[in-house]
Design a protein. Structure first.
Length: 284
């Protein structure tokens, strides 16, 4: 498996563009997948510089219905004319962050993506995209409490309600006795995502986890969105679950990453724009 970070909030390479968003190209056993597309067309600029040919992508996945993961899809669909985009039906609903004064900030996907109806494949339950590659919805009850706590709401058929993150899905790659998980923002909690995957595939160890932890505060990368002990408790929980390797960035934020480093040690890596990660090479 080869994972290339096409877009993330930061980059050590000044020749690459970065933005608040995430886009990963994943190649596994010759199958080429795009997970998310960032907030804009920037991934089209970075891809050739990183040796990624987006026209060769065979399937694309939208992890959840937020602009910073879906905004680049219209540009991708113009560049790649065949790959379907897999998303949850709820991702087509309007997502908002609601301020205390009642002002709404739109978080949802661009209308241009939803207009590309012939390219969209709506996923309603656990789905095998390719042999050994699965999409899993959340199965944990009560997630709307998390949505309310972070002031996220979704406009459904019955009106505006706290987001239960039914529009979010986890991408899972199985290989032998192991699996690799991709959860771009982990609104349900990274530990919840891991526990759900372990329940879906009993006996499989988590070789690696890729994605954000949604620990960034409303003020951006320089603020922590939870109490320090909450971030540290998440790190300890991931250790308990036996996650061998963790690549995180985007909505995790630097303050949370620094808190997690003493707990997770060498298991923890920052996933910046331009990062290339290889797993399961030569059977390892």
């Amino acid at each position: 498996m080869k994972v290339t970070a096409l877009i993330e909030n930061t980059t050590p390479d000044q020749g690459l563009r970065c933005e608040h968003g995430l886009a990963l190209c994943i190649v596994h056993r010759g199958w080429n997948c795009l997970l998310d597309a960032g907030a804009s067309a920037a991934l089209l600029e970075n891809a050739p510089k990183l040796g990624v040919d987006l026209t060769q992508v065979q399937a694309a996945v939208l992890s959840h219905g937020h602009y910073d993961h879906s905004g680049g899809f219209p540009a991708f669909l113009s560049c790649n004319t065949t790959a379907p985009v897999y998303l949850r039906p709820q991702a087509a609903e309007a997502n908002y962050q609601v301020r205390r004064d009642g002002e709404r900030r739109y978080l949802g996907v661009p209308p241009a993506l939803l207009a590309a109806k012939d390219r969209l494949r709506f996923v309603t339950g656990p789905t095998e995209l390719h042999p050994g590659v699965w999409l899993l919805p959340h199965t944990t009850p009560g997630l709307e409490k998390r949505g309310e706590k972070v002031a996220m709401y979704r406009q459904g058929p019955d009106g505006l309600r706290p987001d239960d993150f039914a529009h979010e899905q986890t991408l899972v790659f199985l290989y032998g006795a192991e699996m690799v998980l991709f959860s771009s923002c982990s609104h349900a909690g990274a530990d919840t995502v891991v526990a759900e995957a372990m329940a879906a595939f009993p006996g499989k160890a988590v070789r690696a986890f890729f994605g954000g932890f949604h620990l960034m505060g409303a003020g951006g990368a320089g603020t922590l969105g939870v109490r320090p002990e909450k971030a540290q408790a998440l790190g300890r929980r991931l250790l308990e679950l036996g996650v061998e390797e963790i690549w995180t960035g985007h909505c995790t934020g630097k303050p949370a990453f620094d808190l997690l480093t003493p707990i997770l040690g060498s298991r923890l890596h920052y996933l910046a724009t331009g990062a290339v990660v290889r797993l399961w090479e030569d059977g390892k």
